[in-house]
Design a protein around this ligand. Structure first.
Ligand code: SF4
Ligand code: SF4
Length: 469
């Protein structure tokens, strides 16, 4: 019998009993009580808190669920193997967005993969996944990402045609080069499309997303594409939230909902590089407009019966309600970078996540030389995979650390000098998690999740790609 088994488990917060922390969710009548290590939680009436911590019911519930919660967390945190790849077929981009995570020099003059090389890369990836996903019952996923992947459409097209049926493909694009023919090709081959749009008006979009020289009509190109995609359930939009657009998030979700976009991300700009840090919304200012935009999506759903799922928030809700159903892998620790997926740069270098592509010390090897397995075991990947929220302050003491995950390792490293540091948006995650618990307390959580999530159904958009257990 272990020392822990020998200890008394009669009482909460001593001996072998659970550490149950009350946590203020900002609700009129309820607060959350949580056992942070296993992410066990219960909503308790404020006037019953003393009863809950001293009576038998909560403790009995915890004992009943503890083992399932522990197993689930262990699987998610340490038992995943990659099922998706973010693949940059080119380093180059025709735009010069202020917050881009790829250094400007790379975007201007970086490599472009030839069609032969891209074919070989997919072939090597197929070999790798054949050994790891044969019994999983779904295809590995390849998301062509950027930089701007459509600058290399010819190679990309040949790759998708040659490996049709052997990968699920997705493309994240700025849409400025997207032609009718390309769109038809993607639809014919069931390729999920992700577009990027930052503003409800051209002026706001172009504040952050613009060409290096001259004028590229970014905003109009995305809107025209979204019009053509009306009715498709395979597309989504990434809105990068910066100081330029944080004041118009309500208008932004109204626009996307009006265009019948099924899902979007309202992502705070990552602060790995200086450009992102310049555009950043201060942490404590990020939550109010973000939560207001969520409320607006809810009102639109109630008016029309049609949802615009905000994927990054839906993921927080799922982290609480059904951890293994989460789709995105940032708010988990260790995060999904190098575990649930990895990234391939245009020269074949392998990184734990695209966020590290501008940081050469995080290249774990090369697809064409050492291959995937060697990269996954490399010291560069180990730094990211080893970032464990239970091991550094203040996160290791935080009640919501397994709903937040303390993203992002790239930000922690570049902004604060190490993996064992905070990332960029602690207060924002706190407020999102409180709001999620309030929705659960009020029985509204379902309204913010896609239909069928509780039957194991996905969304068919790019937001489904990196996750799923
Ligand atoms: S937390 Fe950062 S490194 Fe991890 S998956 Fe998210 S963006 Fe990538
Ligand atoms: S970043 Fe903040 S909210 Fe997230 S785990 Fe760390 S302390 Fe908690």
């Amino acid at each position: 019998m272990s020392a822990e088994e020998m200890a008394s488990g009669r009482l909460v917060n001593s001996g072998g009993g659970p550490s149950l922390l009350p946590w203020d969710i900002g609700h009129a009548t309820h607060l959350a009580v949580m056992e942070p290590e296993t992410a066990f939680w219960s909503l308790v009436r404020k006037d019953r808190l003393a009863d809950a911590l001293t009576g038998g019911e909560l403790l009995a519930l915890y004992r009943q669920k503890r083992s399932a919660f522990e197993q689930e967390m262990a699987l998610l945190r340490f038992g995943l193997s990659p099922s998706a790849v973010y693949f940059n077929p080119t380093d180059r981009c025709n735009l010069d967005c202020s917050y881009c995570y790829i250094p400007q020099a790379m975007r201007q003059g970086g490599e472009q993969m030839s069609a032969e090389r891209l074919h070989e890369a997919l072939s090597r990836l197929q070999d790798y996944f054949a050994g790891t996903m044969a019994r999983v019952g779904r295809l590995p996923r390849v998301i062509f990402h950027g930089a701007e992947p459509l600058l290399n459409f010819k190679a990309l097209r040949q790759g998708i045609e040659a490996f049709d049926g052997r990968f699920e493909f997705g493309v994240q694009t700025n849409a400025t080069l997207l032609t009718e023919e390309m769109l038809g090709f993607f639809q014919d081959h069931r390729v999920s499309l992700g577009l990027s749009l930052d503003g409800p008006t051209a002026e706001i979009t172009h504040d952050a997303r613009h060409a290096r020289e001259g004028r590229v009509e970014v905003h109009g190109a995305v809107l025209r594409t979204l019009e053509k995609l009306r009715g498709s359930r395979r597309h989504s939009v990434i809105v990068t939230v910066t100081r330029h657009n944080v004041g118009v998030l309500n208008e932004m979700v109204e626009l996307l909902h009006g265009l019948e976009v099924p899902a979007c991300l309202l992502n705070m700009t990552r602060c790995t590089l200086e450009g992102g840090r310049q555009a950043r919304v201060p942490d404590h200012e990020a939550a109010p407009p973000f939560l207001a935009a969520l409320e607006r999506t809810h009102a639109l759903y109630r008016e029309t019966g049609r949802k615009l799922v905000v994927g990054n928030f839906a993921n927080i809700l799922l982290a609480i309600l059904a951890p293994t159903a989460r789709r995105l892998m940032c708010d988990l620790s260790p995060c999904g970078g190098g575990r649930a997926f990895f990234a391939v740069a245009a020269n074949g270098d392998l990184f734990p996540c695209s966020e590290f592509i501008g940081l050469s010390s995080f290249a774990g090897g090369n697809l064409f030389e050492g291959g995937v397995r060697a990269a996954l075991e490399s010291p560069a990947f180990a730094k990211v995979i080893g970032r464990d929220v239970d091991r550094f302050d203040p996160c290791r003491r935080c009640a919501i650390r397994h709903f937040c995950g303390s993203p992002c390792p790239a930000e922690a490293h570049e902004m604060h000098g190490g993996m064992d540091r905070l990332g960029a948006f602690c207060a924002f995650y706190e407020e999102q998690t409180r709001y999620a618990f309030r929705l659960i307390a009020d029985g509204k959580a379902d309204d913010f999740l896609w239909n069928g999530w509780d039957q194991g159904e996905g969304m068919a958009t790019l937001l489904d790609f990196a996750g799923g257990v």
